[in-house]
Design a protein around this ligand. Structure first.
Ligand SMILES: Nc1ncnc2c1ncn2[C@@H]1O[C@H](COP(=O)(O)OP(=O)(O)OP(=O)(O)O)[C@@H](O)[C@H]1O
Ligand SMILES: [Mg+2]
Length: 271
């Protein structure tokens, strides 16, 4: 037996599997927008691997290409160059129909502005992705997803009858109802006060603990350090990619838990 085999066998199967599997792989990914005579290089050669079960934050200045990259990761948009492999599949070479299938079955998306159907109840909003995935018994599953985000009691409210944090929780329920492998969140706490944002982060931590891979874009350092790894972008490129200091992560998560509990207590006191 060689040294490398000995090392591999001495690892737990989980560690060995996780280092081998790749859920997302970007190879020299490019997205160029042609605007008249000028070209905007929104992504200028991005290389990135994300393994199943990871929790990754994406940070970087406004205009650095974060949302463009998330759109491609979520199969909402296509690159103009390079390759994107999702779960081993070459996403850039798939038909629109095949991409839609991956998007519906395997990927959940949460946006800063919630993007709920305005005249539709919470539960019906959560049912929408199940219709596209041709699932049955959608009511029960939608209710379970709303329960997971603590909103079963608001199932029949339309978005205008919900607070910002509640709307975002409905959006998370909608994103997870098809049990996606990958949850993409583009500044999900950007429109929320920090206490409500803490409640949203607690839901992401719970989903991560249950095995969902999470990629989260944020401008807020206190949120970014709650992931296991931070990827920083500048001018359409990755300029830093590394693990979060575990002590900083634990501290930020504890503060988040404290704020989420405080918010919950205030809500209970007011009701
Ligand atoms: N549809 C488009 N047409 C032309 N240019 C675009 C388009 N979408 C984005 N861009 C440009 O691509 C660059 C990256 O935009 P992107 O939205 O990815 O940035 P971002 O990092 O998400 O910024 P923010 O933090 O402000 O959300 C910007 O220069 C932007 O102006
Ligand atoms: Mg953006």
């Amino acid at each position: 037996m060689t040294n490398s085999q000995t090392m591999k066998n001495s690892q737990s199967p989980d560690v060995a599997d996780r280092s081998a599997a790749t859920l997302i792989e970007l190879v020299d990914l490019q997205k160029h927008y042609h605007m008249g005579t000028t070209t905007v290089e929104a992504l200028a050669g991005v290389n990135l691997k994300i393994h199943p079960g990871e929790f990754v934050s994406i940070t970087g200045a406004s205009g650095s290409g974060k949302s463009t990259m998330m759109g491609i990761l979520g199969c909402l948009d296509r690159p103009t160059g390079g390759k994107y492999f999702f779960d081993g599949e070459p996403a850039g070479e798939l038909s629109d129909r095949q991409l839609a299938k991956i998007r519906n079955r395997s990927i959940g998306f949460v946006f800063q502005t919630f993007n709920l159907l305005p005249r539709t109840s919470a539960i019906k909003n959560v049912e929408v992705p199940m219709f596209y995935a041709k699932r049955i018994r959608t009511r029960n599953f939608a209710l379970e997803a709303l329960e997971m985000v603590g909103l079963a009691g608001r199932a029949h409210h339309v978005p205008a009858e919900l607070s910002g944090g509640e709307r975002q929780r409905v959006a998370i329920a909608r994103a997870i109802v098809n049990n996606p492998k990958l949850l993409l969140a583009d500044e999900p706490t950007g429109n929320l006060d920090s206490y409500t944002g803490a409640q949203i982060m607690m839901i992401f931590h719970q989903l991560h603990a249950s095995g969902v891979t999470i990629v989260l874009v944020t401008h807020e350092p206190d949120i970014a350090v709650q992931a296991e790894r931070i990827v920083q972008m500048r001018d359409g490129k990755i300029v830093h990619d590394g693990p979060v200091d575990p002590a900083k992560r634990v501290q930020a998560m504890e503060e988040t838990r404290r704020m989420a509990e405080e918010k919950q207590k205030r809500l209970q006191a007011n009701s």
